[in-house]
Design a protein around this ligand. Structure first.
Ligand code: NAD
Ligand code: UGA
Length: 305
């Protein structure tokens, strides 16, 4: 197959591109290398493949000969209050509208990277997809808006879209603003980690290879117009995750306790019945194993620098 991956130089997009190529597919990667985090990291992510540099808010997506679009380009990060919201609107809503319109016009199927942050503090745990979404971060509002745009384009223009709500994805190359990336970086350098809140907030942490496989399964077998939770396996609090990382690394992580971050959910835990039943997918990487892979990756980079 010939696939387009938007956001190919990003954390998840680069792993997805590599996995698709390993499975024998042809991939056109697109990214504009935003400076949300160090561009050198994105260049490193994309070292093994070609990426077309294009800002999808400005330039049209070329879908000639494409069998599907994995739309991962966007502005991530739940800590999104204030004027930065303009970037979220631009890179999530504006870009997704353009990607959906072009894909509908060309009859190309889309898998879209949505987020567990659409749920906010959910009324039910584990949270099934039909739970009323009530995002508590501006980022989550834009991701929910993108989902709604996909439905609007499906209804009026026949867009074939599958929507994935990823739950806190981690592993090698994780974005440097995310907790585990900061934790392994702090441990490797021997500096403390800033823990937001009491550390009892919990996440269904999802290893990147598992998230990537769900993404490919969704393209191959997902029902058009359906949203799937892509999450976890095992839920852990931040304090449990820190203890697991200390075990894995054999080191102790110094903590600087900071106030809870605005927009931060207290808990995320997906009900994965739908994706298990329809796509036969489940997360298979235990937290300790995924943390070991991320720790090894970070420790090697620090040793080499
Ligand atoms: P990332 O920031 O590493 O990757 C996103 C990429 O999109 C970046 O490389 C960026 O340069 C690119 N991009 C942004 N705006 C663009 C534009 N206008 N044109 C072209 N490229 C553009 O983030 P990630 O963690 O890999 O997340 C990938 C996607 O998955 C995002 O849409 C994110 O919101 C979503 N998501 C991520 C997580 C997670 O835990 N990492 C969880 C839920 C959802
Ligand atoms: C992550 C991604 O950043 C979002 O892009 C994504 O949409 C979201 O997952 C999702 O699942 O939808 P988050 O769960 O906040 O968001 O992931 P982290 O940034 O890794 O934070 C995890 C926890 O660690 C949060 O409670 C956060 O407050 C805390 N944290 C984060 C710290 O204590 N210190 C830090 O330096 C960073």
């Amino acid at each position: 197959m010939r696939y387009v991956v938007t956001g190919a130089a990003g954390f998840i997009g680069s792993h997805l591109t590599e996995a698709l190529q390993e499975q024998g597919h042809e991939v056109v990667g697109i990214d504009c290398f935003t400076d949300y985090y160090d561009v050198a990291l994105k260049e490193e992510n994309a070292r093994g493949f070609d990426v077309l540099r294009a800002d999808l808010a400005e330039e049209d997506l070329d879908l000639a000969g494409a069998d599907g679009v994995f739309h991962l380009a966007g502005q991530p990060g739940v800590r999104s209050f204030g004027d930065v919201f303009d970037e979220y609107v631009h890179r999530n809503l504006v870009v997704s509208r353009r990607v959906f319109e072009r894909s509908a016009r060309d009859g190309v199927r889309v898998v879209f990277a949505s987020s567990s942050s659409v749920y906010g503090d959910a009324e039910r745990y584990p949270t099934p997809e039909e739970t009323e979404p009530r995002p508590i971060s501006p980022y989550g509002v834009t991701k929910l808006g993108c989902e709604q745009l996909a439905y609007a384009y499906a209804r009026s223009f026949g867009l074939e879209a599958v929507l994935l709500r990823y739950f806190t994805v981690y592993g090698p190359r994780q974005r440097p603003d995310m907790a585990f990336a900061r934790m392994v970086g702090a441990l490797a350098r021997g500096v403390p980690f800033e823990l937001y809140g009491d550390g009892l907030q919990s996440r269904a942490f999802t290893f990147v290879a598992d998230a990537v496989q769900a993404t490919i399964d969704a393209m191959e077998r997902g029902s058009t117009g359906t949203v799937y939770n892509v999450g976890g396996g095992m839920e852990a609090t931040m304090r449990e995750a820190i203890a697991a990382l200390e075990d894995v690394s054999g080191r102790t992580l110094g903590l600087l306790e900071r106030p809870a971050a605005r927009g931060d959910m207290r808990r995320t835990a997906p009900d994965t019945t739908r994706i298990e039943r329809e796509l036969d997918w489940r997360a298979t990487t235990p937290l300790e194993e995924g943390l070991q892979a991320q720790w090894q990756w970070a420790a090697n980079r620090v040793a080499a620098s």
